[in-house]
Design a protein around this ligand. Structure first.
Ligand code: TYD
Ligand code: MG
Length: 441
């Protein structure tokens, strides 16, 4: 037996526990009688009642959940401190209570007075939510038994006092979650567990819970900015690609129902600025990708990505150098998605490349007085690759007066308004890009 400190699955340290190997089963045959084990049932005969979902009264959150909370399910809501987890959970609970359900808010994190002050900002409905402050795990379990709420928020799972375990340790968090899970399933209570995750998502505690819960939501955004996004990292009852967009205001979180308007409403043609037609789940989303290229003496030069994946940026830079003759070895490169949203799809590549090339040349990419709009994945040989939903991406751009969009050649029907371009080289040779756009007319 060797000591193993790091989980090879998730990379977390000190989360492994030694477990005795199960006793060997008797070999096949061996005189065992047939017909003593449990009898498997064809799936068709399994009872699966479709229960009504519990709406949170927050459309963006319900959409990310796959149509509201599934009764009796366990949802982990993770995010950096101060991002708005308590606010979101408090608002959802107030709405659920407002719809005539029993609810419970458990706060181990803040005092009752602090929770009250937040509720005052959120409005009258939030003030009527029953709460339990600074409790132990045992008292929470007892409260669930006696109150039997339809929905309960535990804020946060790291702060519940568990006997014989250090507060906030992986052991304590795991034990609290297992006990809550057992009780919630038995009593059909929908549980929302709040967990702090550092910006890098590195805190071992909540990550260790991901396989125990039905749904993992991640709440993110830059604390200094007002935009916040909620996405599902795991969802047993829906897709994981949906994103809900919110804005933090004085009276709590406000849903941003038309995020494209917010993110590109003010975009003007400028060197280094491009509109990306992204897809977030089933919804097209326009964002402004900005790049800055500045010559530097620093070796190696800086590469900073905000809102896009660092590895994609590295790939795009390599392809620009190798296949489009854009040399950036003596320049710092900064790429940013305006508004503080994060775009997590390969379709962002072309916009990143065009923004960098435009920043490098100092020339604004402009189509009919508006910034260039584009999308597409870039392959290692410099080709622009197909990504799904070309028609919806172009449609969203056209809603905002961006009549022509540069994108990958489509495999099937030509998309009206889409100017297909086969390679990054072709996209960047000015006259040819113009020609592509003209042909799309
Ligand atoms: P909070 O929900 O406490 O964050 P978390 O539980 O993730 O740590 O809220 C964080 C910030 O939101 C806090 O700095 C105050 C701000 N806020 C508003 O701007 N408006 C509001 O109506 C509320 C309730 C909070
Ligand atoms: Mg909080």
């Amino acid at each position: 037996m060797t000591w193993t400190g790091q989980c090879s699955g998730c990379g977390a340290w000190n989360t492994l526990e030694e477990v005795g190997a199960p006793a060997k089963r008797a070999g096949r045959g061996g005189g065992a009688k047939r017909g003593v084990g449990p009898k498997p049932v064809p799936l068709r005969d399994v009872k699966a009642e479709r229960s009504e979902r519990l709406g949170t009264g927050i459309a963006e959150l319900d959409r990310v959940l796959g149509g509201g909370l599934v009764p009796g399910s366990l949802v982990l809501l993770g995010g950096a401190p101060g991002i708005g987890k308590s606010t979101l959970a408090g608002m959802a609970l107030a709405n659920i209570a407002g719809a005539g359900n029993d609810v419970l808010y458990v706060s181990g994190e803040e005092s009752a007075a602090q929770v009250r002050r937040r509720a005052e900002r959120l409005g009258e409905a939030a003030l009527s939510v029953p709460m339990l402050a600074e409790p132990s795990l045992e008292s929470v379990l007892a409260a669930l038994e006696s109150e039997r709420p339809a929905a309960c928020v535990i804020d946060s799972v790291q702060t519940l006092a568990v006997p014989d375990a250090a507060p906030g340790s992986v052991g304590a968090i795991r034990e609290a979650t297992s006990a809550l899970l057992e009780t919630a399933k038995r009593l059909d209570v929908t549980l929302i567990l709040i967990g702090h995750v550092t910006k890098e998502g590195s805190l071992a505690g909540p990550r260790a819970l991901e396989h125990l819960v039905d749904c993992v939501l991640h709440f993110e955004g830059e604390r200094e900015r007002t935009f916040r996004t909620v996405r599902a990292l795991k969802n047993r009852f829906g897709a994981t690609s949906e994103v809900g967009v919110f804005e933090m205001r004085q009276g709590g979180l406000v849903e941003v129902l038309d995020p494209s308007a917010r993110f590109v409403g003010e975009a003007r043609p400028a060197p280094g600025s491009v509109v990306l037609c992204a897809m977030e789940g089933t919804r097209p989303l326009l964002v402004e990708v900005q790049a800055l290229v500045a010559s530097t003496e620093i070796v190696p030069p800086r590469r900073t990505a905000t809102g896009v994946d660092r590895n994609r940026l590295a790939l795009v830079l390599a392809v620009l150098t190798r296949h489009a003759g854009v040399s950036l070895s003596a320049a710092d490169v900064f790429v940013n998605v305006a508004g503080g949203v994060r775009i997590d799809e390969p379709g962002a590549d072309l916009a990143i490349a065009m923004a960098i090339a435009s920043a490098h040349s100092g020339q604004a990419l402009e189509v009919d007085g508006k910034p260039l709009a584009c999308f597409g994945e870039i392959g290692l040989t410099g080709e622009i690759r197909y990504v799904a939903h070309a028609d919806r991406r172009v449609g969203e751009a056209q809603k905002f007066g961006l009549s022509k969009v540069l994108g990958p050649p489509s495999a099937d029907e030509p998309v009206p308004g889409l100017a297909p371009v086969g390679s990054i080289k072709a996209a960047l040779s000015g006259s040819r890009a113009a020609e592509h756009l003209r042909r799309a007319a």
